[in-house]
Design a protein around this ligand. Structure first.
Ligand SMILES: *Cc1c(COP(=O)(O)O)cnc(C)c1O
Length: 422
């Protein structure tokens, strides 16, 4: 499609957008009385209007039923989390029994490493990407120290090539092969938070398995953003937070995936709690652990229902729309944003360098050469919510659920004005 940098063209794209009505199903913050242009759905997704109904329902059940709500609420609490497994399974390409919802992301990665990082004297190395998200680095380093290992020796990173802003799959595969039977675990971000790159999860998983290692993916920036086939790819485990593209609310519960072949096994080390035991016998309060035959075996506690409620509301929207339609719009709106950036680039003195490679989801990370923080402040003051990473990178995520093509056009105009009025 040949794009144009005009309001009429952008509005025409909106007219043809099959998802355009979903915008009205989200709350937008306002600046100067106008809805903002929201580019930070990769950090905190907007609130679905439906979320409040779901939370209100729990509050009402709690008021009216108190403890009886566990069994007699409209959606009983004792197995409330199970309602999320099927729709989430569709989002990540997993069977419902392979998915559970619990805790928060970093906590879950730690818990899953208890099961899937089992170093021996010879096979103890972990491979991750250079400059992984800080929490993941701290998590990996502290796990290694917990096992009495030195992170400097046991934590291996795949680096970008000099002068390049992205990882090459061939470099990752080569590293895996070189580590061979020293490699215990590959744990990487499926979509990188900084440059927006989507790693080739299928071949990387395959190579790691061939080397005899376990493979886990941190899907914080991938879930609800890119196509995932965790079961088919034969991934061992994965975890994600739900407050980014999944729009579940600040700090909300994390999801986990554990491959079918690891389920219903008593020989896997796990940190265990009563919510991971078989439902049929849970309330007999037995003194020993019998794992549920699903990923719920990794649950420790009875889950926070008030948190799961908005997550379930959001999943209802994902059910309605489906990942295929979201991805289709994502590709078009991201391409349009890229076009707008290129057009503005021609009209101003500064140079934009998009560091996000072709393998991308909905985020474009842009180096604004010659610009500083004042541009970012101008944008924020004028209703463009984006984020700024020093020295001068902005990350723009036009989430397809609620961003419009007109937003992209208006952003381009503001960007140009911000640079020219400096
Ligand atoms: C957002 C994000 C996190 C956040 O972790 P929490 O435990 O939810 O605070 C972790 N890892 C990655 C890669 C992220 O993008």
């Amino acid at each position: 499609m040949e794009f144009k940098n005009t309001l009429a063209f952008a509005q025409n794209l909106d007219q043809q957008d099959g998802l355009k009505h979903y915008r009205e199903q989200f709350h937008f913050p306002k600046v100067n009385g106008k809805e903002v242009i929201y580019f930070t759905g990769n950090s905190l997704g907007l609130q679905p209007k439906l979320a409040k109904n779901y939370v209100d329902e729990i509050m009402a059940d709690w008021a009216q039923l108190a403890v009886e709500g566990h069994f007699y609420a409209e959606k009983p609490w004792w197995d409330y989390h199970e309602r999320l497994a099927e729709p989430l399974g569709r989002v990540v390409g997993a069977r419902p029994e392979e998915v559970s919802v619990m805790n928060t992301l970093t906590v879950n990665l730690h818990l899953l490493m208890v099961s899937f990082y089992r170093p021996t004297a010879t096979r103890f190395k972990i491979l991750c990407e250079e400059k992984a998200f800080p929490s993941d680095q701290y998590m990996l380093q502290s796990q290694l120290r917990f096992h009495g290992l030195d992170p400097d020796e046991a934590l291996v990173t795949v680096n970008k090539r000099k002068g390049e802003h992205f990882w090459r799959t061939e470099d990752i595969l080569e590293k895996i092969e070189a580590l061979g039977d020293e490699l215990a675990l590959v744990l990487m971000g499926g979509v990188n938070y900084y440059n927006g790159q989507v790693l080739e999860m299928a071949p990387i998983t395959q190579a790691a398995k061939k080397a005899g290692a376990f493979v886990g993916w941190d899907l914080a920036h991938a879930v609800g953003n890119v196509s995932l086939q965790l079961h088919e790819w034969d991934v061992d485990f994965a975890a994600w937070c739900s407050y980014k593209y999944m729009n579940s609310g600040p700090g909300n519960a994390s999801g986990i995936f554990v491959h079918e072949r690891h389920l219903d096994r008593e020989d896997i080390p796990r940190f265990e709690g009563w919510w991971g035991t078989k439902k049929e016998t849970r309330f007999l309060m037995k003194p020993y652990f019998e794992p549920i035959a699903t990923a719920d075996a990794w649950q420790l506690s009875n889950p926070p229902i008030l948190s799961l409620a908005p997550y379930l509301a959001s999943l209802q929207l994902f059910e309605e729309v489906g990942m295929a339609a979201l991805i289709q719009k994502r590709d078009l709106i991201t391409a349009y944003l890229e076009f707008i950036l290129t057009e503005v680039d021609k009209e101003v003195d500064s140079t934009f360098e998009i560091i996000t490679p072709e393998d991308r989801g909905c985020q474009l990370s842009v180096f604004l050469h010659g610009e500083g923080r004042s541009l970012f402040e101008f944008l924020m003051k004028n209703g463009v919510i984006t984020d700024w990473r020093e020295p001068n990178v902005i990350r723009l995520a036009p989430a397809p659920f609620y961003c419009s093509f007109e937003d992209m056009y208006r952003f381009g105009q503001l960007l140009k004005k911000g640079i020219q009025s400096k």
